[in-house]
Design a protein around this ligand. Structure first.
Ligand code: HEC
Ligand code: HEC
Length: 204
Protein backbone atom coordinates (compact mmCIF):
# COMPACT_ATOMS: atom_id res chain seq x y z
CA UNK A 1 0.00 0.00 0.00
CA UNK A 2 1.21 3.52 -0.83
CA UNK A 3 1.91 5.84 2.05
CA UNK A 4 -0.78 8.30 0.88
CA UNK A 5 -3.40 5.52 0.82
CA UNK A 6 -2.38 4.53 4.29
CA UNK A 7 -2.82 8.10 5.52
CA UNK A 8 -6.21 8.35 3.90
CA UNK A 9 -7.39 5.23 5.71
CA UNK A 10 -6.16 6.57 9.04
CA UNK A 11 -8.03 9.82 8.37
CA UNK A 12 -11.24 8.00 7.53
CA UNK A 13 -11.03 5.84 10.64
CA UNK A 14 -10.34 8.88 12.77
CA UNK A 15 -13.23 10.90 11.31
CA UNK A 16 -15.64 8.00 11.62
CA UNK A 17 -14.79 7.58 15.30
CA UNK A 18 -14.98 11.29 15.89
CA UNK A 19 -18.37 11.76 14.27
CA UNK A 20 -19.94 8.63 15.68
CA UNK A 21 -18.95 9.84 19.15
CA UNK A 22 -20.35 13.30 18.74
CA UNK A 23 -23.53 12.57 16.85
CA UNK A 24 -24.46 9.52 18.91
CA UNK A 25 -23.81 10.94 22.36
CA UNK A 26 -27.33 11.32 23.66
CA UNK A 27 -27.87 12.23 27.22
CA UNK A 28 -28.55 8.99 29.12
CA UNK A 29 -31.12 10.68 31.35
CA UNK A 30 -33.02 11.88 28.29
CA UNK A 31 -32.86 8.41 26.80
CA UNK A 32 -34.28 6.79 29.93
CA UNK A 33 -37.06 9.39 29.94
CA UNK A 34 -37.89 8.36 26.41
CA UNK A 35 -38.16 4.69 27.42
CA UNK A 36 -40.22 5.72 30.44
CA UNK A 37 -42.70 7.55 28.23
CA UNK A 38 -44.02 4.10 27.30
CA UNK A 39 -42.53 1.66 29.83
CA UNK A 40 -43.40 3.80 32.85
CA UNK A 41 -41.34 5.29 35.64
CA UNK A 42 -38.52 2.89 36.59
CA UNK A 43 -39.63 0.48 33.87
CA UNK A 44 -42.86 -0.33 35.72
CA UNK A 45 -45.33 0.05 32.88
CA UNK A 46 -48.87 1.09 33.79
CA UNK A 47 -50.07 0.41 30.23
CA UNK A 48 -51.36 -3.19 29.85
CA UNK A 49 -50.06 -3.48 26.26
CA UNK A 50 -46.55 -2.38 27.22
CA UNK A 51 -44.30 -4.74 29.19
CA UNK A 52 -42.70 -4.02 32.54
CA UNK A 53 -38.96 -3.96 31.81
CA UNK A 54 -37.48 -3.53 35.31
CA UNK A 55 -35.64 -6.51 36.75
CA UNK A 56 -34.77 -8.17 33.43
CA UNK A 57 -31.42 -9.99 33.48
CA UNK A 58 -28.70 -7.86 31.88
CA UNK A 59 -27.96 -10.58 29.34
CA UNK A 60 -31.63 -11.12 28.54
CA UNK A 61 -32.17 -7.40 28.06
CA UNK A 62 -29.27 -7.13 25.59
CA UNK A 63 -30.47 -10.22 23.73
CA UNK A 64 -33.92 -8.70 23.43
CA UNK A 65 -32.55 -5.44 22.02
CA UNK A 66 -30.50 -7.50 19.55
CA UNK A 67 -33.40 -9.60 18.30
CA UNK A 68 -35.49 -6.44 17.83
CA UNK A 69 -32.61 -4.89 15.90
CA UNK A 70 -32.26 -7.89 13.63
CA UNK A 71 -36.05 -8.10 13.18
CA UNK A 72 -36.00 -11.61 14.60
CA UNK A 73 -38.75 -10.46 16.88
CA UNK A 74 -41.45 -8.34 15.30
CA UNK A 75 -42.95 -6.02 17.87
CA UNK A 76 -46.51 -4.86 17.83
CA UNK A 77 -47.15 -1.32 16.66
CA UNK A 78 -47.87 1.04 19.46
CA UNK A 79 -49.51 4.45 19.30
CA UNK A 80 -49.09 7.01 21.98
CA UNK A 81 -52.08 9.35 21.74
CA UNK A 82 -51.38 12.14 19.26
CA UNK A 83 -48.06 10.67 18.08
CA UNK A 84 -47.10 8.53 15.11
CA UNK A 85 -46.88 4.81 15.72
CA UNK A 86 -43.61 3.57 17.13
CA UNK A 87 -42.27 0.07 16.95
CA UNK A 88 -39.69 -1.36 19.34
CA UNK A 89 -37.72 -2.65 16.35
CA UNK A 90 -37.01 0.89 15.15
CA UNK A 91 -36.29 2.11 18.67
CA UNK A 92 -33.77 -0.72 19.19
CA UNK A 93 -32.16 0.01 15.82
CA UNK A 94 -31.67 3.64 16.83
CA UNK A 95 -29.61 2.71 19.90
CA UNK A 96 -25.82 2.54 19.84
CA UNK A 97 -24.17 -0.55 21.35
CA UNK A 98 -23.00 1.54 24.27
CA UNK A 99 -26.49 2.86 24.93
CA UNK A 100 -27.95 -0.65 24.78
CA UNK A 101 -25.35 -1.84 27.29
CA UNK A 102 -25.99 1.07 29.64
CA UNK A 103 -29.74 0.55 29.43
CA UNK A 104 -29.33 -3.18 30.12
CA UNK A 105 -27.26 -2.39 33.21
CA UNK A 106 -29.72 0.26 34.35
CA UNK A 107 -32.94 -1.73 33.93
CA UNK A 108 -31.49 -4.99 35.29
CA UNK A 109 -30.62 -3.06 38.44
CA UNK A 110 -34.21 -1.94 39.00
CA UNK A 111 -36.69 -4.06 40.92
CA UNK A 112 -39.50 -5.81 39.06
CA UNK A 113 -42.85 -4.98 40.61
CA UNK A 114 -45.99 -6.81 39.48
CA UNK A 115 -48.68 -5.13 37.42
CA UNK A 116 -51.81 -4.15 39.26
CA UNK A 117 -54.35 -6.53 37.69
CA UNK A 118 -56.87 -9.09 38.83
CA UNK A 119 -57.20 -12.72 37.82
CA UNK A 120 -59.65 -15.58 38.06
CA UNK A 121 -58.46 -18.07 40.73
CA UNK A 122 -60.21 -21.02 39.12
CA UNK A 123 -58.50 -20.52 35.76
CA UNK A 124 -55.25 -19.83 37.60
CA UNK A 125 -55.35 -23.19 39.39
CA UNK A 126 -55.65 -24.94 36.02
CA UNK A 127 -52.76 -22.81 34.79
CA UNK A 128 -50.68 -23.85 37.80
CA UNK A 129 -50.78 -27.48 36.73
CA UNK A 130 -49.82 -26.64 33.13
CA UNK A 131 -47.02 -24.39 34.29
CA UNK A 132 -45.52 -26.98 36.59
CA UNK A 133 -45.58 -29.61 33.87
CA UNK A 134 -44.22 -27.59 30.96
CA UNK A 135 -42.79 -24.23 31.92
CA UNK A 136 -41.28 -24.35 35.41
CA UNK A 137 -38.02 -25.80 34.09
CA UNK A 138 -37.01 -22.41 32.66
CA UNK A 139 -39.55 -19.97 34.15
CA UNK A 140 -38.55 -21.05 37.64
CA UNK A 141 -40.33 -20.30 40.90
CA UNK A 142 -43.72 -20.00 39.21
CA UNK A 143 -42.41 -17.52 36.68
CA UNK A 144 -40.82 -15.20 39.24
CA UNK A 145 -37.12 -16.10 38.95
CA UNK A 146 -36.41 -17.30 35.43
CA UNK A 147 -33.20 -19.13 34.58
CA UNK A 148 -30.71 -17.12 32.54
CA UNK A 149 -32.53 -15.04 29.94
CA UNK A 150 -36.01 -16.56 30.13
CA UNK A 151 -38.52 -13.82 30.94
CA UNK A 152 -40.26 -12.98 34.22
CA UNK A 153 -43.86 -14.05 33.67
CA UNK A 154 -45.39 -13.70 37.15
CA UNK A 155 -46.81 -10.19 37.42
CA UNK A 156 -46.22 -9.19 33.78
CA UNK A 157 -49.24 -7.57 32.12
CA UNK A 158 -51.73 -10.17 30.82
CA UNK A 159 -52.67 -8.29 27.61
CA UNK A 160 -48.99 -7.95 26.72
CA UNK A 161 -48.29 -11.63 27.42
CA UNK A 162 -51.34 -12.67 25.42
CA UNK A 163 -49.92 -10.85 22.38
CA UNK A 164 -46.62 -12.63 22.90
CA UNK A 165 -48.23 -16.08 22.80
CA UNK A 166 -49.82 -15.03 19.54
CA UNK A 167 -46.54 -13.67 18.16
CA UNK A 168 -44.66 -16.82 19.17
CA UNK A 169 -47.25 -19.09 17.55
CA UNK A 170 -47.15 -17.01 14.35
CA UNK A 171 -43.34 -17.17 14.45
CA UNK A 172 -43.05 -13.40 14.62
CA UNK A 173 -40.95 -14.04 17.67
CA UNK A 174 -38.39 -16.82 17.89
CA UNK A 175 -38.04 -18.59 21.22
CA UNK A 176 -36.03 -21.67 22.26
CA UNK A 177 -37.21 -24.75 20.33
CA UNK A 178 -38.02 -26.64 23.49
CA UNK A 179 -40.32 -23.80 24.55
CA UNK A 180 -41.96 -23.51 21.12
CA UNK A 181 -42.73 -27.23 21.12
CA UNK A 182 -44.54 -26.85 24.44
CA UNK A 183 -46.42 -23.68 23.43
CA UNK A 184 -47.64 -25.31 20.22
CA UNK A 185 -49.41 -28.02 22.24
CA UNK A 186 -51.44 -25.53 24.28
CA UNK A 187 -55.12 -24.87 23.51
CA UNK A 188 -56.56 -21.34 23.70
CA UNK A 189 -58.05 -22.31 27.04
CA UNK A 190 -54.67 -23.50 28.31
CA UNK A 191 -53.12 -20.16 27.36
CA UNK A 192 -55.89 -18.30 29.13
CA UNK A 193 -55.39 -20.44 32.24
CA UNK A 194 -51.65 -19.74 32.21
CA UNK A 195 -52.23 -15.99 31.82
CA UNK A 196 -54.47 -16.00 34.91
CA UNK A 197 -51.93 -18.10 36.79
CA UNK A 198 -49.07 -15.66 36.07
CA UNK A 199 -51.22 -12.63 36.96
CA UNK A 200 -52.19 -14.21 40.28
CA UNK A 201 -48.65 -15.39 41.06
CA UNK A 202 -47.44 -11.81 40.60
CA UNK A 203 -49.69 -10.68 43.41
CA UNK A 204 -48.36 -13.29 45.85
C1 HEC B 1 -43.61 4.20 21.91
C2 HEC B 1 -43.58 3.33 23.06
C3 HEC B 1 -42.26 2.69 23.45
C4 HEC B 1 -41.06 3.32 23.70
C5 HEC B 1 -40.71 4.80 23.60
C6 HEC B 1 -40.13 2.27 24.11
N1 HEC B 1 -40.76 1.05 24.09
FE1 HEC B 1 -39.93 -0.75 24.56
N2 HEC B 1 -41.66 -1.70 24.06
C7 HEC B 1 -42.83 -1.07 23.65
C8 HEC B 1 -43.84 -2.09 23.32
C9 HEC B 1 -45.25 -1.83 22.83
C10 HEC B 1 -43.22 -3.34 23.56
C11 HEC B 1 -43.81 -4.74 23.28
C12 HEC B 1 -43.34 -5.14 21.90
C13 HEC B 1 -43.83 -6.47 21.41
O1 HEC B 1 -44.96 -6.56 20.97
O2 HEC B 1 -43.05 -7.42 21.44
C14 HEC B 1 -41.86 -3.07 24.02
C15 HEC B 1 -40.93 -4.05 24.38
C16 HEC B 1 -39.70 -3.79 24.96
C17 HEC B 1 -38.82 -4.80 25.50
C18 HEC B 1 -39.09 -6.30 25.56
C19 HEC B 1 -39.70 -6.66 26.89
C20 HEC B 1 -40.01 -8.12 27.08
O3 HEC B 1 -40.60 -8.47 28.12
O4 HEC B 1 -39.64 -8.93 26.23
C21 HEC B 1 -37.70 -4.15 25.94
C22 HEC B 1 -36.48 -4.78 26.59
C23 HEC B 1 -37.88 -2.74 25.69
N3 HEC B 1 -39.11 -2.55 25.09
C24 HEC B 1 -36.97 -1.75 25.99
C25 HEC B 1 -37.12 -0.39 25.69
C26 HEC B 1 -36.10 0.61 25.90
C27 HEC B 1 -34.74 0.33 26.50
C28 HEC B 1 -36.61 1.81 25.46
C29 HEC B 1 -35.93 3.15 25.40
C30 HEC B 1 -34.75 3.21 24.58
C31 HEC B 1 -37.95 1.53 24.97
N4 HEC B 1 -38.23 0.19 25.12
C32 HEC B 1 -38.82 2.49 24.47
C33 HEC B 1 -43.05 0.29 23.56
C34 HEC B 1 -42.06 1.26 23.70
C1 HEC C 1 -36.23 -24.27 27.53
C2 HEC C 1 -36.57 -23.18 28.41
C3 HEC C 1 -38.00 -22.67 28.35
C4 HEC C 1 -39.17 -23.39 28.53
C5 HEC C 1 -39.33 -24.87 28.84
C6 HEC C 1 -40.23 -22.41 28.43
N1 HEC C 1 -39.72 -21.17 28.17
FE1 HEC C 1 -40.79 -19.47 27.89
N2 HEC C 1 -39.08 -18.41 27.53
C7 HEC C 1 -37.81 -18.96 27.53
C8 HEC C 1 -36.86 -17.94 27.09
C9 HEC C 1 -35.35 -18.13 26.98
C10 HEC C 1 -37.62 -16.77 26.82
C11 HEC C 1 -37.09 -15.46 26.29
C12 HEC C 1 -37.09 -15.65 24.79
C13 HEC C 1 -36.59 -14.48 23.98
O1 HEC C 1 -35.39 -14.35 23.84
O2 HEC C 1 -37.40 -13.73 23.45
C14 HEC C 1 -39.02 -17.11 27.11
C15 HEC C 1 -40.08 -16.22 26.94
C16 HEC C 1 -41.41 -16.52 27.20
C17 HEC C 1 -42.52 -15.61 27.03
C18 HEC C 1 -42.43 -14.15 26.60
C19 HEC C 1 -42.37 -13.30 27.84
C20 HEC C 1 -42.18 -11.82 27.61
O3 HEC C 1 -42.01 -11.09 28.61
O4 HEC C 1 -42.19 -11.36 26.48
C21 HEC C 1 -43.66 -16.28 27.36
C22 HEC C 1 -45.08 -15.75 27.36
C23 HEC C 1 -43.26 -17.62 27.74
N3 HEC C 1 -41.88 -17.74 27.64
C24 HEC C 1 -44.13 -18.61 28.15
C25 HEC C 1 -43.75 -19.93 28.39
C26 HEC C 1 -44.70 -20.96 28.74
C27 HEC C 1 -46.18 -20.75 28.95
C28 HEC C 1 -44.00 -22.14 28.84
C29 HEC C 1 -44.54 -23.50 29.13
C30 HEC C 1 -45.62 -23.97 28.27
C31 HEC C 1 -42.60 -21.82 28.56
N4 HEC C 1 -42.51 -20.48 28.28
C32 HEC C 1 -41.57 -22.73 28.57
C33 HEC C 1 -37.48 -20.26 27.88
C34 HEC C 1 -38.37 -21.28 28.11
Amino acid sequence: MKKSQYKLIIAIVFLTCFFSNTTQARDFVELVKYCESCHGLDGLSTTPDVPIIAGFSEEGFLNTIDVFRENERIAMEFHKPGEPETVMNEIAQSLTDKEAEELAKYYSGLEFKPANQSADPEKASRGAILHKKSCERCHTNNGKDPVEDAAILAGQWMPYLERQFDNILKKKRLVPKSMYRRIKKLSDQDIEALLHFYALEGNK
